[in-house]
Write a protein that binds this ligand. Sequence first.
Ligand SMILES: Cc1cc2nc3c(=O)[nH]c(=O)nc-3n(C[C@H](O)[C@H](O)[C@H](O)COP(=O)(O)OP(=O)(O)OC[C@H]3O[C@@H](n4cnc5c(N)ncnc54)[C@H](O)[C@@H]3O)c2cc1C
Length: 217
Amino acid sequence: MPVEEMARRGRETLRFGPMKPVGLRDPRTGRDAYAIAQLRMEDRGGRMWNLVGFQTRLRTKEQQRVFRMIPGLADADFLRWGSVHRNAYVNAAAALTRHLSLRDDPMTLFAGQLTGVEGYTESSATGLLAGINLARMLAGEEPVVPPPTTMLGALYRYMNEADPRHFQPMNANFGLLDDLDPPVRDKRRKRELFAERSLRVLDEWSAANGLAGAAIA
Ligand SMILES: Cc1cc2nc3c(=O)[nH]c(=O)nc-3n(C[C@H](O)[C@H](O)[C@H](O)COP(=O)(O)OP(=O)(O)OC[C@H]3O[C@@H](n4cnc5c(N)ncnc54)[C@H](O)[C@@H]3O)c2cc1C
């Protein structure tokens, strides 16, 4: 979402998005920062820095005016302007099988952002599973998908079961997982138990499918 749209939604919205200051102290005051802008080094010499998470549709003059208000960037030279990235993806819920292949060709596998997952780990994990499944099918075995109590399995379930009319890309998040039985209220404890359950289920699933020791998490 463009930063100007986030800013329009509320005074605090950016502080809970790309400007989230969690765990960062202002070295000048020793106090927690109110908001931060993350700069990612773009060249070895540290002369070019990317302003992380600032996708924008603002005109270039306006970008310069607004972003120069950020402390430390008043005299910045802008080498490349912010833009909004297009994310092209298949409507997996409408077009792909349970293990994310073409419906009429189970050996044509899809993985990564193209399937509607979003993020580095999500994309690599689907790639890893696509590789495992291709190897299995070449060996005459059935493709497998982890149970939905694991994050990867829950993502695959989302891809399969989301409403195809409103299909939207998805990050890994706790909301995708089946609730605990019995339910746990404390958020931190709940997440710990989700992780414990997921690791246990994944071990069992890997062993049952001859994948024990495979680097899948
Ligand atoms: C600005 C931005 C910031 C992001 N920040 C984060 C972040 O902090 N954390 C996070 O987890 N995720 C982040 N993401 C999302 C993350 O980058 C993607 O989800 C992830 O990289 C997708 O991986 P992928 O391998 O599926 O696709 P990609 O990384 O897009 O790789 C696809 C590759 O295929 C190539 N390709 C395309 N068409 C063809 C063709 N016809 N022939 C041959 N090659 C082709 C492309 O050039 C590209 O190299 C960010 C995305 C953007 C745009």
